[in-house]
Design a protein around this ligand. Structure first.
Ligand code: AP5
Ligand code: ZN
Length: 213
């Protein structure tokens, strides 16, 4: 399966991805996670991406297209993939089409995490993540067994620098202006499925499995 997950910040893309990935043996490519790792490691890519990310704006199409082009070559991605947070502009979607065509494949389904903006601030400001694995928790909706500690590794959890109410505003603005047109782009091709992303995590998982079965 070759899947794209689209939805605003906090809609649950990163929460559902590991579950879908394990169920169908896919690779999980999250451009946000990859960019945050590059920022933390202060690589040339990270240095270029940091300013836009801190402001809640999109980084340039060329940078993220380059990351995905490279990542799709991984052996673990040959059976199928989940793209989480990519493509986020129509230009990225067009470049992805060309990339996949040259490999003789195409996107199977686009899962649209449909949710009202009003719910997202509470989700974003309560989120804690384990940076090494990308696992995310929520103080109210998905608390770790011990506060501030990753369930699996026992390592400390952190909050993302862009997970403030103020930066969320810019991220939502970028989503509506630049990413919603991507949903229309795929809707015209007829492969968009809308998910009720405001439901509890297990209910969303059940919907996803129904759609993919
Ligand atoms: P990115 O990391 O992709 O962030 P985002 O799109 O803003 O999405 P989030 O990770 O915030 O949301 P999510 O849907 O994964 O939510 P989660 O499942 O964790 O991008 C960050 C930045 O990188 C961008 O701003 C941009 O600068 C740059 N970037 C990345 N990709 C780019 C691209 N392609 N082009 C250009 N720039 C790019 O859930 C959130 C919280 O809610 C968690 O605490 C979770 O536990 C909880 N939760 C999840 N589901 C539920 C539920 N059903 N009910 C209750 N709580 C829930
Ligand atoms: Zn995410």
């Amino acid at each position: 399966k070759r899947l794209i997950l689209i939805g605003p910040p906090g809609s649950g893309k990163g929460t559902q991805s590991p579950i879908i990935k394990d169920e169908y043996c896919l690779c999980h490519l999250a451009t946000g996670d990859m960019l945050r790792a590059a920022v933390a490691a202060k690589t040339p890519l990270g240095i270029k991406a940091k300013e836009a990310m801190d402001k809640g704006e999109l980084v340039s199409d060329d940078l993220v297209v380059g990351i995905i082009d490279e990542a799709l070559k991984k052996p673990s991605c040959q059976k199928g993939f989940i793209l989480d947070g990519f493509p986020r502009t129509v230009v990225q979607a067009e470049k992805l089409d060309v990339m996949l065509q040259s490999r003789g494949t195409k996107v199977d389904k686009v899962l649209n995490f449909a949710i009202d903006d009003a719910i997202l601030e509470e989700r974003i400001t309560g989120r804690w993540i384990h940076p090494a694995s990308g696992r995310s928790y929520h103080t109210k909706f998905a608390p770790p067994k011990a506060p501030g500690i990753d369930d699996v590794t026992g390592e400390p959890l952190i909050q993302r620098k862009d997970d403030t109410a103020a930066v969320l505003k810019s991220r939502l603005e970028a989503f509506h202006r630049q990413t919603e047109p991507v949903i229309d782009y795929y809707a015209k091709k007829g492969n968009v499925v809308n998910l009720p992303a405001e439901k509890p995590p297990q209910a969303v998982t059940a919907e996803v499995k129904k759609v993919l079965s």
